[in-house]
Design a protein around this ligand. Structure first.
Ligand code: ADP
Ligand code: ZN
Length: 723
């Protein structure tokens, strides 16, 4: 018998499996991790396939099995191949992407945690005799008596010199027991009774449990979507099947996780980047050992090795976090569709602001559309107001409009909570000399440096570059540096100045680097240790804070001003999601949106809370300009530290594409929106087409051509988020 093995050697130059002979002493199965000879060394690999014969000469033998537990199952092997085809990555990259770091091909460390117990090593009569005959060894006798009573005692609780004697005499022995780092044992919460509207959605999906079918649940924030997920998952588990629930990011999972634990107790494994390697290892073990039926996690949890899936649910399906922005550039929704197809099960996509692509498919009937129009209970949708910052600027109100200031004061007095959104971190987004006009820029990228006051440093948000701030202008040596462009750090200071009585907490990438920082901020805010939560778009995602009655958008234009065909959609979705944070229980919520673009269609539709109208207007624009969902896109970037190399190869690439593709619109090469990052010049070519299949082979060829070109690299992003 022969095995096809994928090895850790990660190069597109040798992107294939290797064949090894299976020695008769080893019981090899597909999905096992094995040790094989490779050149003069040994190397780890995964068995992907077993076959009866091979026509190759001089086939070497598999040396050993590293892990008899099947890490990859049959389904995941298919998913890996799908991932490779979909994103054009190598097979090794595909499998490495699917596994948590402790299980990757080249790893074989055991991260298990054990507790040592002491137990008796002889029958009771023997021990009793020993006790009677050795009364003078009081400490030993005490240990033995305790063990007779308690059966097993943690080793650390027992006096060690007497214990050693007992061990030597073989009266007791040590037993190791594996424990998981996350170990949930709690009372399970009772079911909520679904409302009529919820029940209807629930039954619709339940009736199609045994079909490959995609549902789009368009439900306003707070309409009880999560409770429907739970009900469906319970049913699936009762049928003896398993489920995956994806959420966009870790800051969210803490709240949803608590809820999952309350409903499913220890039957849940979690997978997200906030876990330590050992925690991830444990959670993965729970899945491999079939000890849990539900996996909750972020993007990569879509690769969880659950067998017998019964449903996949993707919450906040519009979130950009479901797409990985480095190689392999996959979208978890595509993987979910493929796994739903393999298992013949429903995929539920849900959002208060579905992506335009999903909504278009649902309105066309490709997906089954389900809606929840009402919030649960007495809670109603918030009252939204727009403030024209052009007028406010004339009154010198640059950060807080009069209206927002008054509302903040009002809510503080009423002891209600406030959320303020500003989508830029740092203190000021550019530092300029008022004397000579000098502006700090990143030496590696085409972008201004952001000033961070806490560390008194200037930082590039694209590369690692950072430097201490000078006290005077480095060019004209005048003491005239000024800090422009408001960031969250400065906003925090301004709030403290203007509302000294308010207790303020900031949540952005800078305040949430440490483990559990996000959870702490959220818990403290939920427990009313703060009046105001301010932060970047991190704070707009799905939280449920009952005391929040005011959401202020400091500057609605940050996302509008990014030149991209999705900027309207992003703005609409972000603002509507942020508004959804206001007034979640019995109090009415208010939202104030500050903008310099008060007549923009995205902002006006937020004001009317009109998703469908936004959808119609946006679809018209997409149709005219030929953008998704009317066409598919692929974005190709050609990068080099040498300007001419980048340009020449970009031109060659464009010619190659033009002569190999038909029925494809090829735009460019043109400079990428950030032309230089990390010292690399970047040109881009955009492809627009109607049929996904016609480009695949040409792109594969193109990718191969670039393997042999030095000092230039190519990045192919199929279905990019940004152009
Ligand atoms: P969404 O996921 O749409 O934002 P949730 O499922 O989180 O909505 O529901 C919002 C709030 O209403 C939660 O506190 C939830 O427990 C509660 N809730 C949802 N459905 C019901 C119901 N049928 N009966 C009572 N409370 C409910
Ligand atoms: Zn930089």
């Amino acid at each position: 018998m022969y095995a096809e093995v994928i090895i850790e050697y990660n190069s597109k130059h040798i992107d294939k499996t290797f064949t090894y002979k299976i020695p008769s002493r080893l019981n090899i199965k597909p999905g096992m991790k094995v040790k094989v000879p490779f050149g003069k060394n040994t190397i780890n690999g995964f068995v992907l396939n077993i076959k009866n014969d091979s026509n190759l000469a001089n086939i070497r033998e598999i040396i050993d099995i590293i892990d008899s537990e099947l890490i990859l199952n049959e389904e995941l092997i298919k998913v890996g191949i799908y991932l490779k085809d979909k994103t054009l990555c190598s097979l090794t990259t595909a499998f490495q992407t699917m596994l948590p770091s402790s299980f990757k091909i080249d790893k074989n460390k055991d991260y298990s945690k054990y507790i040592s117990y002491v137990i008796l090593n002889n029958d009771e009569k023997f021990i009793k005799d020993y006790i009677n005959n050795n009364q003078r060894y009081a400490k030993q006798i005490a240990i033995l008596k305790r063990l007779m009573k308690d059966k097993k005692v943690k080793k650390e609780e027992i006096n060690s010199s007497s214990l050693n004697t007992l061990l030597k005499k073989e009266l007791v022995k040590i037993e190791k027991e594996e424990v998981y780092r996350i170990n949930i044992k709690n009372e399970l919460k009772n079911d909520v009774k679904l409302t009529k509207e919820q029940e209807n959605v629930y039954l619709n999906i339940k009736n199609d449990f045994n079909k490959e079918k995609v549902f789009l649940l368009h439900g306003v924030t707070g309409s009880g979507k999560t409770e429907i997920y739970f009900k469906l998952i319970k049913d699936v588990i009762n049928l003896g099947k398993t489920a995956i629930l994806l959420v966009p990011e870790i800051s969210l999972t803490t709240q949803i996780l608590d809820r999952c634990y309350k409903v499913f107790g220890g039957d849940v494994a979690v997978l997200h980047s906030g876990l330590s390697n050992s925690e991830k290892y444990n959670e993965y073990q729970k899945i491999l050992r079939k000890e849990v039926n539900l996996v909750v996690g972020t993007r990569s949890a879509i690769f969880a090795p659950l067998i017998n899936l019964g449903i996949i649910i993707i919450d906040e399906e519009h979130s950009e976090n479901y797409k990985q922005d480095s190689n392999p550039r996959y979208n978890a929704i595509d993987i979910a569709k493929y796994r739903a197809h393999l298992n013949n099960i429903p995929l539920l996509l849900a959002s208060a602001t579905p992506s335009l692509e999903s909504a278009a498919r649902a309105y066309k009937g490709v997906y089954k559309l389900l809606t929840l129009k009402n919030r649960i209970g007495t809670s109603v949708l918030p009252k939204v107001e727009i403030v024209d910052m052009q007028k406010e600027a004339k009154k010198r109100n640059l950060i807080f409009s009069e209206k927002l200031s008054n509302k903040i004061l009002e809510k503080l007095n009423k002891k209600e909570q406030i959320i303020l959104l500003l989508n830029r971190r740092g203190y000021s987004t550019f530092v300029t000399c008022q004397n000579c006009g000098y502006t700090y820029k990143c030496p590696n990228c085409d972008i201004t440096l952001t000033y961070h006051k806490t560390s008194n440093s200037l930082r590039c948000h694209y590369c690692e570059y950072n430097k201490k701030l000078d006290s005077i202008c480095p060019k004209c040596h005048e003491d005239a540096l000024s800090y422009l462009g408001l960031g969250t750090e400065k906003l925090e200071m301004e709030i403290k100045k203007k509302f000294p009585m308010a207790r303020v907490v900031r949540m952005d990438v800078d305040t949430t680097r440490r483990k559990n920082a996000t959870a702490n901020i959220i818990n403290d805010f939920a427990n009313y240790k703060y009046d105001i939560l301010l932060g970047t778009q991190m704070i707009t995602k799905g939280f449920d804070f009952p005391l929040v009655t005011l959401v202020g958008i400091i500057n609605a234009d940050t996302s509008l001003n990014i030149p991209d065909f999705r900027s309207g959609e992003r703005t609409f979705s972000q603002l509507l999601q942020a508004s959804g944070r206001a007034g979640r229980k019995d109090k009415i919520g208010e939202v104030i949106i500050q903008t310099y673009n008060k007549d923009n269609y995205a902002i006006l539709n937020v004001l009317k809370n009109d998703y469908i109208n936004f959808f119609k207007e946006e679809m018209k624009i997409r149709k005219t300009l030929k953008y998704p969902p009317y066409v598919y896109l692929t974005l190709i970037k050609i990068k080099s530290t040498d300007y001419n190399l980048a340009l020449n190869n970009a031109i060659k690439t464009s010619k190659f594409l033009k002569s190999n593709l038909s029925n494809v619109i090829i735009l460019g090469p043109s400079p990428a929106s950030l032309f230089r990052t990390n010292n690399q010049y970047r040109f881009q070519i955009l492809l627009k087409y109607k049929d996904e299949e016609i480009i695949k082979n040409t792109l594969k060829k193109l990718d191969e051509i670039f393997l042999n070109i030095k000092n230039v690299s190519i990045e192919i992003d199929i279905d990019p988020l940004y152009t």
